[in-house]
Design a protein around this ligand. Structure first.
Ligand SMILES: Nc1ncnc2c1ncn2[C@@H]1O[C@H](COP(=O)(O)OP(=O)(O)OP(=O)(O)O)[C@@H](O)[C@H]1O
Length: 152
């Protein structure tokens, strides 16, 4: 509850940079809120050495949270084609779904203009990279296996 009061409280400020949010946040379930400071510490100040990827949302960093959990920390970039509505939609969707094959949303950070999502960290990068090669991947599939995954 505290988290979403906080979201509401910051909506006006964040709208300057990310655009006004029309979404009804009332039905968003409780999600853990992280401080920007904790995520900054977790990622070594979002340093390049900890950057693990880049998506439509912005940069993704690997970090160690204060209780030791390793997390994938997705920072909404100001240049992102996605905005606060997509950020909120991702929180809503991911907090409602729990499945062994889906990444788990630990929580988010909404502080000033910072919009950050915190997920559990998955080894071996994305399935696409594992199948297509490239990057530092520990799994090596045979071409027969790759073809099977790509055609099913
Ligand atoms: N939970 C995670 N664990 C480990 N690495 C991750 C995790 N989430 C994202 N990444 C890395 O960050 C990259 C970008 O991920 P992100 O989810 O932002 O975008 P995407 O799904 O690749 O693309 P889009 O945002 O356009 O849908 C991924 O390809 C992956 O390498």
């Amino acid at each position: 509850m505290t988290c979403f009061s906080f979201l509401f409280g910051r909506r006006i400020d964040s709208s300057r940079q990310f655009g006004v949010v029309d979404e009804d946040l009332g039905d968003v379930p409780n999600v853990k809120c992280y401080s920007y400071k904790e995520l900054k510490n977790a990622t070594g100040d979002f340093c390049d050495a900890n950057k693990i990827g880049e998506g439509g949302f912005g940069s993704v960093y690997k970090g160690r949270l204060k209780h030791g959990e390793i997390a994938a920390i997705k920072v909404l970039s100001t240049e992102s084609r996605q905005g606060v509505p997509e950020f909120l939609a991702e929180i809503k969707t991911m907090s409602e779904i729990e499945h062994e094959n889906l990444v788990k949303l630990y929580g988010c950070c909404v502080e000033g203009n910072h919009r950050i999502l915190v997920y559990n960290y998955l080894e071996n990068n994305s399935l696409a990279q594992t199948l297509l090669g490239g990057g530092h991947i520990n799994i090596q599939f045979s071409w027969r296996t790759r073809t099977r995954y790509l055609t099913t």
